[in-house]
Design a protein around this ligand. Structure first.
Ligand SMILES: [Zn+2]
Length: 250
């Protein structure tokens, strides 16, 4: 058992949210009960996730995508009311960390995604240094091998725009919707860039620069940070923890 304030202090210390400019508030987004015993981690605080966490007996939720984002007008109506009402009715704590959870050098989405693909970052690039880059092992230096690793580890086929067929010595990656960072990955010297989503311009950029682009799923690439942080939290305080994956085709 841990006090909620101890859990909060642990997470703030670990993830250092004050050092990021983010799209929404990081940390405790909804206050629930004072004592924490059972954690549920997930990618997004969707209603399905909240309900599954309740069914699992969790009292505290840790997610990457919380409830509140810049650009919302602040009204608790419709789907947002439903999510908040469910959290409050069950006195659940909701912790959400967005960019700090992408960035953490060992437990974050990028580090954990790299680990599954056999990639270790030795450089960072892009806005707030959120992009990771590293040298690929010889066995991973072809597009076929890299795509194979994605398929095997993430359980889904990447959408691929091939480059010019060069050896993929330097691979850059950033989880989620980081397709807009393709250019800065190219500028940083990447031979391939891996992220969650693709938009129209990236196909042309890949063809014209020769740098391969792989869209591996926003959800699929961001499935690893929250459970890694929650596991560290659970270990620190002797809590129960379960990762709940609510599938998402995006
Ligand atoms: Zn995301």
């Amino acid at each position: 058992m841990a006090e909620r304030v101890e859990v909060e202090a642990f997470l703030q210390q670990l993830l250092q949210p004050e050092s990021f400019k983010d799209y929404g508030p990081n940390g405790l987004q909804v206050e629930g009960r004072r004592e924490v015993r059972r954690l549920a981690s997930g990618v997004t605080a969707s209603l399905a996730f909240i309900d599954a966490a309740i069914a699992a007996g969790a009292d505290t939720l840790l997610v990457h995508h919380g409830l509140f984002w810049r650009g919302q007008d602040g009204r608790l109506t419709g789907w947002l009311k439903a999510r908040v009402a469910r959290l409050l009715a069950h006195e659940l704590n909701l912790f959400a960390y967005h960019l700090p959870l992408d960035a953490h050098a060992e437990l974050g989405n990028n580090a954990q995604l790299g680990r599954r693909l056999g990639l270790v970052a030795d450089a960072r690039f892009g806005d707030q240094e959120l992009g990771f880059m590293g040298s690929a092992a010889a066995a991973l230096q072809s597009l076929e091998a890299l795509a194979g690793a994605v398929g095997l580890q993430l359980g889904r086929e990447a959408v691929i725009v091939p480059g010019d067929g060069r050896r993929l010595r330097r691979i850059a990656w950033c989880s989620g919707g980081a397709q807009g960072w393709f250019e800065s990955a190219i500028a940083a010297g990447a031979d391939a860039f891996l992220t969650g989503e693709i938009s129209e311009p990236q196909a042309h950029l890949a063809r014209e620069t020769g740098v391969a682009f792989l869209a591996c799923g926003h959800h699929a690439t961001e499935r690893y940070g929250a459970p890694a942080v929650a596991a560290a939290l659970a270990a620190r305080f002797g809590l129960e923890h379960r990762f709940i994956d609510i599938g998402n085709p995006a």
